[in-house]
Design a protein around this ligand. Structure first.
Ligand code: NCD
Length: 359
């Protein structure tokens, strides 16, 4: 059984196979409808969502399966204090596959550990969002024909934006060159920079001014400020509105650059750009459906060509609590801290749940 908790759960070959399957599902829908007949997808959304939840529900519905779940945790037993582990054990008996979104980093990993059915991470705190990254990589390939050799500028709140984290690692894996553009205090976190450096030999240039680099970018990936995730000591005031992608700045971009955004947008991406041929953000939200169809069919084992061997992880229990206050291990007390060793140019020790670097 396979889960999708981080992009590391898939090899590059598997990702390419998924994209091929998504192509077919997008162009020959009639051939594939009926593929998940009788299958149930549990959508457990402990945090707000529009696109992710609806595109998963659309994806299972288009394959003739059905969705059940909740979009408001206040209406579920978590409001009575139920743990993630117990919810996982129970939902395992009610469905064939789970997609979970949660505000704690590592929550999807916990769900996978206690579940007997495949679990998909629909976003865990400011940690990861692998299915958004798959959709983003697929959209880049559709628009630009390749990722290798492209310059991808990721702009906005890179500290707390989980879509930005998964995308950066995905772009680096496929040979794209990253540039990071963020307001002061919202730079890419260390645990991503360390992975980029030691696994993919990349140390992306950083700036707080999009205008400095816009002419170099093939992909301009904009993120909103994740105001709901900011710790109380950080004020969003200074950063709010400090970067805006609009018609004026796009005059300096390459004529064939593309503009991306995981959405929702707040005030960092001007509506006037919707008419610009370079705008690819609505393609992204449309591509979410075939990508998630391909993923559901593959994780359910219905499309045997796609998923082969699960990756191996080297983990060990740890005495030291994780220093990330938002890590699931600091909220669900039955969990023991665990270290994972990642082998790149050097060995990196990280929290096995939330990826935070260990001393
Ligand atoms: C993103 C998310 O939830 O992380 N949205 C999405 O899934 N399309 C981005 C965001 O909320 O800023």
């Amino acid at each position: 059984m396979r889960h999708l908790i981080t992009l590391d759960d898939l090899s590059n070959f598997e990702i390419e196979q998924l994209f091929r399957l998504a192509d077919q599902m997008q162009t020959q829908l009639a051939t594939w409808s009926g593929f998940c007949k009788g299958k149930l997808l549990a959508t457990l959304f402990y945090e707000p969502s529009t696109r992710t939840r609806l595109s998963f529900e659309s994806a299972i519905g288009r394959l003739d399966g059905r969705a059940l779940g909740f979009a408001d945790p206040d209406a579920a037993s978590v409001a009575k204090g139920e743990t993630i582990a117990d919810t996982a054990r129970m939902v395992t008996n009610y469905s064939d596959l789970i997609v979970v979104r949660h505000s704690w980093a590592g929550a999807a990993h916990v769900m996978a550990r206690y579940s007997n059915i495949p679990v998909i991470n629909g976003g865990d705190g400011s940690h990861r969002h692998p299915t958004q990254a798959l959709t983003d990589l697929y959209t880049i390939l559709q628009r630009k024909g390749r990722i290798e050799g492209l310059t991808v500028g990721i702009c906005g709140d890179l500290q707390y934006g989980r879509a930005a984290h998964s995308l950066a690692l995905g772009v680096a894996r496929f040979g794209g060159k990253l540039l990071h553009i963020s307001p002061d205090g919202f730079q890419m976190p260390e645990w991503i920079s360390a992975r980029l450096k030691h696994l993919y030999d990349q140390t992306p240039a950083e700036t707080n001014q999009l205008s400095d680099v816009i002419g170099d970018l093939d992909v301009i990936y904009v993120n909103r400020l994740q105001e709901e995730r900011l710790p109380p000591e950080i004020s969003p005031e200074a950063a709010r509105g400090s970067y805006l992608v609009d018609v004026a700045i796009m005059d300096y971009a390459k004529p064939d650059a593309i503009i991306m955004h995981p959405l929702p947008r707040v005030n960092e991406l001007a509506y006037e750009l919707d008419e610009d041929d370079r705008a690819a953000y609505f393609d992204q939200s449309a591509n979410a459906v075939p990508i998630r169809m391909a993923l559901l069919a593959s994780l359910l084992g219905l499309e045997q060509l796609v998923l082969t061997q699960p990756p191996t992880r080297e983990t060990a229990s740890d005495q030291q609590a994780c220093e990330n206050p938002n890590c699931v291990t600091n909220h669900e007390r039955y969990l023991e801290p665990e270290t994972e060793i990642i082998t790149g140019a050097v060995l990196i020790s990280v929290c096995a749940y939330c990826g935070t670097l260990k001393a």
